[in-house]
Write a protein that binds this ligand. Structure first.
Ligand code: AP5
Length: 256
């Protein structure tokens, strides 16, 4: 499995930490948002896109999962509360998420570009992102919206296994590691996410319909939305994404 060489430590741990291998500066850095229901495959696509585009995969879910590995005295009360929301499948309050983003706004200026995965998740978060990017004079290139029928999403979630060390994502049937239960990239034992339990999945799907699905309309109105079918293998979806991005880029440059 290909993985992004950048360790993303500044994103995962906050501004006091520095990436050991910073993303390489790109001539035309891509700045993209990935939208879609939990389990549709955003993280999988972000990994593939990160390798091809040289952009950094910035997932807010990964920040919370990284905080889980901290001891009780290292973790702030706000973060402990955030992890409770996550365990249930609920959204973490906007204020907490936005504080994390503001602390990490340096990552949005990264010369490699960025792939925001799992953020924004509410219209309030999208408006806050817009404001933050305006202040640092950066624009989003496109918002990729991935669509898949619910029953396929549920099967993707129930078979997911994740590496706690390098964050690589597998699936027991469709993307199995070479050795059962062991990460190909770093040899760590894989685990099943707590929020992939059926009761948490139900809450996540409801929350998605209520809070996150309206974001597609928000970005359609700003002319940024690019819809991509999430049917097929990860590689097929990736190629479909690249074609859609190229089409959009050609359209944008013809207009300007
Ligand atoms: P987060 O980590 O963002 O999770 P999510 O959005 O629910 O998305 P997932 O990571 O579950 O799925 P994915 O679309 O990335 O799919 P993946 O590629 O892994 O958020 C977790 C929680 O954190 C939230 O519930 C909330 O509590 C909190 N949170 C985070 N951000 C927040 C925010 N901004 N505001 C408030 N709260 C926030 O793929 C899934 C599986 O399918 C894998 O096993 C994969 O191998 C497999 N797969 C992928 N593609 C394919 C394919 N094409 N064919 C077959 N299998 C495939």
């Amino acid at each position: 499995m290909q993985t992004n060489k950048n360790d993303r430590i500044a994103w995962l741990k906050g501004p006091a930490a520095q990436c050991a291998v910073p993303a390489q500066r790109q001539a035309h850095p891509q700045r993209l948002v990935l939208l879609g229901a939990p389990g549709v495959g955003k993280g999988t696509q972000a990994e593939l896109l990160a390798v091809r585009l040289g952009a950094c995969h910035l997932s807010t879910g990964d920040i919370f999962r990284a905080a889980k590995t901290l001891s009780d005295c290292e973790r702030t009360p706000t973060m402990t509360q955030a992890l409770d929301y996550m365990r249930r499948g609920d959204l973490v309050p906007d204020e907490t998420v936005l504080n994390l983003l503001i602390e990490r706004s340096k990552c949005l200026c990264c010369g490699g570009g960025f792939l925001l995965d799992g953020f924004p998740r509410t219209v309030a978060q999208a408006k806050a992102l817009e404001k933050c990017l305006k202040e640092i004079q950066i624009q989003i290139g496109a918002v990729l919206s991935y669509d898949l029928p619910l029953e396929k999403i549920v099967s993707r979630l129930s078979g997911r296994r994740t590496c706690p060390t390098c964050k690589a994502v597998y699936h027991v049937d469709t993307r199995p590691p070479k050795m059962k239960g062991i990460c190909d990239a770093c040899g760590t034992a894989l685990f099943q996410r707590e929020d992939d339990r059926p009761e948490a999945v139900r809450v996540r799907m409801d929350v998605y319909e209520k809070s996150t699905a309206p974001l597609a309309d928000f970005y359609r109105r700003s002319g940024l939305l690019v819809s991509v079918s999430a049917e097929g293998t990860p590689e097929e979806i990736f190629e479909r994404t690249m074609v859609a991005l190229q089409k959009r880029q050609n359209g944008v440059s013809q207009k300007s």
